[in-house]
Write a protein that binds this ligand. Structure first.
Ligand code: BTN
Length: 270
């Protein structure tokens, strides 16, 4: 176990929910968690890797996953019958992650400009650069979900000079933002503790979770370009509906709802 993940051993002893599996290197922690799901591992199983060889993001994009510096973690969930839309799990994980990293970022730079924020549906940003992301994968049949995996990637101690040229212009890390070397275990434990709370909230009051996510997001209120499977649309992000979908007010006055899209924030009119 790397030095800056050591306190996960004590965390494991004290938690009744999570079962942590640590791997030095793997293809993708999401794949490992999905395969543990097929083997019958329980709700709360967590796979953490020091490096990924085939880390992936949304739309099959590569997720840069060098050893020893970042967080690559996947949580196996067995929600059973749900009353909320499964897309909300991504928002719960994003809120948990933003809140965890902000407790670090804002300790050093207590200004709102230094805070991390979430861009719908799954991105974690700091300033205008990507700090992390969430990739939730599930096989659902109706309202019953026997297993789903939410994967969380956060750039922690990644140094600017080690970011591949094609990512450099829009990638950051907690180290780049704070100038500090940050123990990964501290951030992981905060994410897991927050996620436990927010996941529970999905069952109790999904609207409260959406409200909470809107507070840490800079999407709602912005004028955006949305790249959707059906083409590009421009409009104002009006809010998030009960399914976690984005409500967009188009220039012609029409309101549409997007289940998936790539959002580019153009202006904040809020
Ligand atoms: C995105 O921004 O498109 C999502 C990135 C998700 C990356 C994490 S790292 C842990 C887990 N394993 C993966 O292969 N992907 C997710």
């Amino acid at each position: 176990m790397p030095e800056d993940l050591r306190s996960l051993e004590a965390y494991q002893e004290g938690t009744d929910l999570y079962r942590l599996h640590f791997l030095e290197k793997t293809g993708s922690t999401n794949d490992v968690a999905l395969s543990l799901a097929r083997e019958g591992h329980p709700h709360g199983t967590v796979v953490i890797a020091d490096a990924q060889e085939r880390g992936r993001g949304r739309h099959g994009r590569r997720w840069f996953s060098p050893p020893g510096v970042n967080i690559y973690m996947s949580i196996l969930l067995r929600p059973g019958t749900i009353t909320f839309h499964p897309a909300l799990v991504t928002l719960a994980a994003a809120a948990a992650t933003v809140e965890a990293v902000n407790s670090r970022l804002l300790r050093r730079h207590p200004l709102p400009a230094a805070a991390a924020w979430s861009k719908w549906p799954n991105d974690i940003y700091c300033r205008d650069r990507k700090l992390g992301g969430i990739l939730t994968e599930a096989s659902t049949s109706g309202r019953t979900i026997s297993s789903m995996v939410t994967g969380i990637g956060v750039n922690v101690n990644l140094e600017a000079r080690n970011i591949p040229a094609d990512f450099r212009h829009d990638t950051t890390s907690l180290h780049i933002e704070t100038g500090e070397v940050i123990p990964r275990d501290e951030v992981i434990i905060k994410i897991l503790d927050n996620f436990r709370k927010y996941y529970a909230l999905l069952f109790e009051d999904p609207t409260a979770l959406i409200t909470l996510w809107c507070k840490i997001s800079r999407t709602v209120g912005s004028y955006v370009k949305a790249v959707t499977p059906g083409g590009i649309v421009y409009g104002k992000a009006l809010g998030i509906d009960g399914r976690g979908f984005l409500r967009l007010g188009k220039d012609n006055g029409e309101e549409i709802t997007l289940g998936t899209a790539e959002i580019i924030l153009l202006r904040n009119d809020a």
